[in-house]
Design a protein around this ligand. Sequence first.
Ligand code: 8YV
Length: 324
Amino acid sequence: MSPKPRVVITRKIPAACEAEAQRLFDAVVNATDTPLTTAQLQEALKTADALLPTVTDKVTAEVLGVAGRRAKIVANFGVGFNNIDIKAAKELGLTVTNTPDVLTDDTADIAMTLLLMTARRAGEGERHVRGKAWTGWRPTHMLGTKVSGKVLGLIGFGRIAKAVARRAHHGFGMRVIFSDPYPPSAEEARALGAEPRASLEDVLREADFVSLHCPATPETRHLLNAERLRLMKPDAYLINSARGDVVDEAALVAALQAGTIKGAGLDVFEKEPVVTEALLGMENVVLLPHLGSATLDTREAMGFRALENLKLFFAGQPVRDRVV
Ligand code: 8YV
């Protein structure tokens, strides 16, 4: 019997996934659960048949191009793969997979959580109660923004955006508009209660809430820059559960400080885990530590999906979620 393929798993994963990884493979888990360095990632690629990284691992061209590389597949734990240099992987003939579908609902839930929390001032209200500042109910206390009937603008209309549209339209009675370079059929959009707009700029001008759902690529880096943020209504909110790179965080801080937008709900940041200091002091901003897919059910499903890709690869079959 040939030895089991060796797989380096860069972070602690749910126990059930780790057990399955040990059963299927000669799995090495990073017991320290801290991000691996460039040298450690290179070492992993030299000594293992596969790497199972996450968003915190910078799998650069330098890492992938290490001399004496043994690994032939990188099975990312996550749907986003901006942590991996896909162009380099392609050039080197490496297979890269991700974990779509299984985290769609959870991530859509986090986008709605941020939307509701910013609109209804939930973070601020929590701090108010915990800070023992609450003196009691009054008609004008902590008034927020009504969500029902408002316009939600989705930038990108892939799996997660569609799940947000479904929740927002059918659950919260919002009007949904979107822009996407690859729009769905008119029928599919209609079923979700979503109307296409010709451009991203049109969405920004019309929406009361703008929610980002595009991948982080060189083309979408700072898609929301100072100029585009200026197109948003002064009483609109920005929600980001996609990737920090899509927003120019300094420009967002400037817009919030100048009051040209009303608030923001952020699950992702440009330099995670570092968050621009000014944001930490803003009451009209809700900040979450990249919790999009953070439920046990979904993290297990993500782990099993990454392992399924590895299993298929080592069985010589087509992987389920090929990126390249
Ligand atoms: C992941 C995410 O948990 O899957 C993604 O792209 O943003 C998160 O939900 C994280 O990125 C781990 O790779």
